[in-house]
Design a protein around this ligand. Structure first.
Ligand SMILES: *Cc1c(COP(=O)(O)O)cnc(C)c1O
Length: 401
């Protein structure tokens, strides 16, 4: 399933063989992201998307500054979800006109940062619109606004549902017309709508369905808008395969579906900029987590490879604090991928909890202390999505190669 090459039985990241890379980084554990794989993913996606679709990167998936700098140059815009992410996006040199800010509960200082930067704020409640108007008035600076809509439908078979039904995200579709009126009276500059149905979806059909319904809802809501819709963010939700049996998302039908929406928008919403925002799909498969075997124990016939990394750096691979049905991320011994002899082993970390598990009873090359364990599909929701201070071990480092 991996896109990383193997040369002389070693994983190669960014053209560097893993044992050399580990020396170059100067420590284990680390995350390594491959520039070439990032660029290839963006190119491959653009090849199926209609040129009118603007491709945004959602920093939440991986806000490492060097990676954001790199991606900012090859995508059309960035989406941030906090004031700190906004600073990273601006440092990367992204055009503020192409940065948008989503997330519930934005604070007055964050809204002030947004207004002072000239980015687009996806407001998620009436209170947020009022607060933004207040902040913008106090600063004497205009504020650009889109309304994040909580749609009246759900994204089917999504790993994580973030729209439809009662949600903390966005404004319920039926309440949007009243909010549009309020936005106009508050003197905010209305630019459009943002809809985000969910994440980690591997079914093209359900993504297409959500995009079509999102588009149609936006066209209906546009009738109540105080100004023409200039931006319509149709969300993302493109998933990546993590577990055995996960079929790779087929993006070709999504490209066709978006081409159809682009065509319809020429009539329905002339001049609109159509945006999709992706996180893990752009970065998830371009990254690995690497830790070192420090001990090899056999307990009643069961092999445990004890490593210097684990749950505290990579919560998702460990199973998110004991998820009901834990599944193994793809892993290998990165400096002897095929190896000679093979065996079943569990890969654990140094934390004093049975939850500190990176792989359970996996078939691997026989590994010894000093060998390097690689967890694939680790470019998204890794370092910043893990409880690094839990048990007070050293923090992980990140490199872009
Ligand atoms: C989390 C999130 C994303 C990114 O999700 P991925 O699954 O990483 O693609 C994009 N947009 C919004 C609004 C989000 O909350």
């Amino acid at each position: 399933m991996s896109q990383f090459a193997v040369v002389d039985d070693c994983i190669v990241v960014g053209g560097v063989a893993l044992p050399i890379l580990a020396q170059r980084v100067g420590q284990t554990p680390f995350y390594a992201y491959d520039r070439k794989l990032l660029a290839e993913r963006v190119q491959a996606l653009r090849a199926v998307l209609p040129p009118a679709i603007r491709l945004h990167y959602a920093l939440k998936a991986n806000p490492m500054p060097a990676l954001v700098d790199y991606l900012a140059r090859i995508v059309d815009g960035l989406d941030v979800a906090s004031g700190r992410e906004l600073r990273v996006a601006l440092n990367a040199g992204a055009d503020p006109a192409e940065i948008s800010f989503a997330g519930p509960g934005k604070s007055a200082p964050e809204l002030a940062q947004a207004a002072a930067s000239g980015i687009l704020v996806n407001v998620e409640s009436a209170r947020e619109a009022e607060l933004l108007a207040q902040v913008s008035h106090d600063l004497g600076l205009p504020a650009r606004v889109a309304i994040r809509v909580n749609p009246d439908f759900e994204l089917k078979t999504s790993g994580m549902k973030m729209g439809g039904g009662p949600k903390q995200f966005g404004v319920d579709a039926e309440l949007v017309p009243a909010l549009l009126e309020r936005v106009a009276r508050l003197g905010l500059s209305f630019e459009g709508f943002h809809l985000y149905a969910g994440s980690q979806n591997l079914k093209a059909e359900s993504i297409c369905d959500a995009q079509r319904k999102s588009y149609e809802l936006a066209v209906r809501l546009a009738q109540s808008a105080p100004a023409p819709v200039r931006v319509l963010n149709l969300g993302g939700g493109f998933g990546i395969p993590y577990f055995p049996g996960d079929a790779r998302l087929d993006v070709a039908p999504i490209g066709d579906n978006l081409a159809d929406i682009v065509e319809r928008s020429r009539h329905d919403l002339p001049g609109v900029r159509l945006v999709i925002e992706l996180g893990r799909y752009l970065v998830g498969e371009a990254g690995v987590y690497v830790c070192r075997v420090v001990d090899r124990k056999v307990s009643r016939g069961h092999v445990f490879l004890v490593t210097d990394g684990g749950l505290h750096h990579h919560l998702a691979a460990s199973g998110n604090f004991g998820q009901v049905l834990r599944k193994n991320y793809p892993v290998c011994v990165g400096n002897r991928v095929a190896g000679g002899a093979r065996e079943r082993a569990s890969i654990v970390g140094p934390l004093c909890t049975p939850l500190d598990l990176l792989g359970e009873q996996i078939e691997l090359a026989v590994a010894e202390p000093g060998d390097l364990i690689v967890v694939y599909q680790s470019g998204a929701y890794g370092a910043t999505a893990s409880p690094q201070r839990f048990l007070s071990h050293p923090e992980v480092v990140e490199v872009l190669v």
